[in-house]
Design a binder for this molecule. Structure first.
Ligand code: ATP
Ligand code: MG
Length: 209
């Protein structure tokens, strides 16, 4: 599961937990982006974002942190990270890319996005009423991929190439809104783990909008 995690919050953690349970995953790796090429620069340094992810996943034995993208000086593409993971795990290990519905809707803008299906399966965390990211509102290219690749969660899949749409508990939490709340000295408590919020306050992050 990739993301800027600026900061990581309960929406991310719950998404990972529910997808792991639905797909019976042995591990979820959180991979904070270094300099994501497809969006504006994160405002918080990669090391702070990495540390917040570390604190958020501590205590969940199924969760792990993978620092490879933040340790790279150049922007990293998901296709490159998955290529490296595929080489490490070998051709037979099922790998799943975890995406929120909004990220999936933007997939055709990603570098070499079709190649992702050769490297991993993809699970999209959807919500029953997700407006522009509802499956029927997706662009033609993604609809076509869905028509070819969609399988129900829990069905037998190979190492790569399958697409699963999995409903999750809708949590209308975004890092953007948390940053805005913190900048106006508001309370972000219960939107993200206490350990992350303590770190934010201690490091004096997100003080200005
Ligand atoms: P920002 O507001 O800065 O864009 P964000 O909260 O959307 O941050 P990202 O790091 O952009 O977080 O998202 C990483 C991944 O987590 C994406 O796949 C995204 O779809 C998913 N995601 C983010 N928030 C939620 C949420 N509340 N519920 C489910 N998935 C989420
Ligand atoms: Mg986002």
């Amino acid at each position: 599961m990739g993301g800027t995690f600026d900061p990581i919050h309960t929406g991310h953690l719950r998404m990972a937990e529910e997808m792991a349970e639905a797909l019976n995953l042995s591990q979820v790796r959180f991979i904070p982006a270094g300099q994501p090429p497809h969006r504006h620069l994160p405002r918080t340094s990669a090391l702070h974002r990495l540390e917040m992810v570390r604190r958020a996943v501590a205590g969940n034995p199924r969760f792990a942190v993978d620092a490879r993208e933040v340790e790279q000086p150049a922007p990293s593409y998901t296709v490159d990270t998955l290529t490296a993971l595929r080489a490490e795990f070998g051709p037979d290990q099922p790998l799943w890319l975890l995406l929120g519905a909004d990220a999936f809707a933007g997939l055709p803008g990603w570098h070499e996005w079709r190649q992702l299906f050769a490297l991993a399966n993809i699970v999209v965390a959807t919500r029953p009423d997700a407006g522009a990211t509802r499956p029927d509102a997706l662009g033609a290219e993604l609809k076509q991929e869905l028509a070819h690749r969609q399988v129900p969660a829990g069905s037998a899949t190979g190492p790569a190439g399958a697409l699963v749409l999995q409903n999750m508990t809708a949590l209308d939490i975004s890092a953007t809104r948390i940053r805005a709340t913190l900048a106006r000295q508001g309370s972000a408590r219960y939107l993200l783990p206490d350990a992350v919020l303590d770190y934010i306050h201690h490091q004096q992050l997100y003080l200005s909008p």
